[in-house]
Design a protein around this ligand. Structure first.
Ligand code: AMP
Length: 278
């Protein structure tokens, strides 16, 4: 497995890779969620390239950029074992050299939900993913359903900017008790970690209600909100029942829906989602 940082190195090594090339973009501190993307890419691609870059432009000024967890050595060991051929670990200066001033904005689908809570977040995401696509030129790129709005934004980005890449979405990997795996789970105290199970329980409860015939958007939201309210210390930022493609908020009877949420537990912000479909 080769590990490179500069643009020159990654271009040269990329040129030697057997097609099709699969790209798995990450911010590192890898867990089974990330590795599920790598494994899927290994099944479908001759060569798998993983990028590890904690992208500063997708963090707001009050967010956790400085304390975002990192462990490059452990990440590289894991990726080596998974049969990854090339890891790109660009520095901030490689991605955003002095004078940098070009940004990619995916407009409508970046606005609600995470976009409303984290101004500029998806501009940072879309910009860095466009740069990764430009340099790596993968035939396939792998993303997790865990970040549901990111999926919608990146699909739109690839389509609108004519990137010849197929976007593959992998299911959310969860801990045995249902909590969606996330590098940020590390921030939770044992007590907070216990409370955090209410997130997935409330989503699963909405799925059970949907499967039992409940179709009204407001009623489905109430199922989620009522269960979240049973856990003191879990503060809701938003809970949404939206169209999975346009992310427009739904009203009345729904036949498919993306239920998504952001909550804070202590100082930790967590997101999760589930797709309901007939
Ligand atoms: P991150 O390092 O958090 O930027 O995540 C890198 C990629 O892994 C993104 O496409 C995420 O959606 C995906 N990912 C993160 N957590 C999970 C998970 N629990 N299950 C599946 N994919 C995930």
């Amino acid at each position: 497995m080769d590990v490179v940082s500069t643009l020159e190195e990654v271009r040269i090594k990329r040129g030697d890779l057997k097609a099709p090339v699969g790209l798995v973009p990450t911010m590192g501190f890898l867990h089974e969620g990330h590795l599920s993307l790598v494994r899927r890419a290994r099944q479908e691609c001759a060569s798998v390239l993983v990028s590890i870059f904690v992208n500063p432009t997708q963090f707001g000024p009050q967010e956790d950029l400085a304390k975002y967890p990192r462990n490059l050595k452990r990440d590289l060991d894991l990726l080596d074992k998974e049969g990854v051929v090339l890891v790109w670990t660009p520095t901030d200066e490689v991605m955003y050299p002095p004078g940098y001033q070009t940004w990619v904005t995916v407009e409508e689908v970046s606005r609600p939900l995470e976009g409303a809570m984290r101004p500029g977040h998806f501009r940072g995401v879309a910009t860095v993913v466009a740069k990764l696509f430009n340099t790596v030129q993968p035939q396939y790129a792998y993303f997790g359903q865990k970040d549901a709005q990111q999926v919608v934004v990146i699909r739109r980005l690839a389509k609108d900017l004519d990137f010849p890449v197929e976007i593959i979405i992998c299911p959310t990997v969860r801990e045995p008790d249902g909590l969606a795996m996330s590098s940020r789970n590390l921030y939770l105290s044992p007590e907070e970690r216990r409370k955090a199970t209410v997130i997935s329980r409330s989503l699963f409860e909405s799925r059970a209600a949907f499967n039992a015939g409940k179709r009204d958007a407001k009623e489905l939201l109430k199922v989620v909100l009522d269960l979240l309210a049973t856990e003191k210390g879990v503060k809701v930022q938003y809970v949404s029942c939206a169209d999975p493609e346009t992310l427009e908020e739904l009203d009345g009877k729904v036949s498919q829906a993306l239920i998504s949420m952001a909550v804070t537990i202590g100082k930790t912000r967590l997101i999760d989602n589930i797709i309901l479909s007939e």
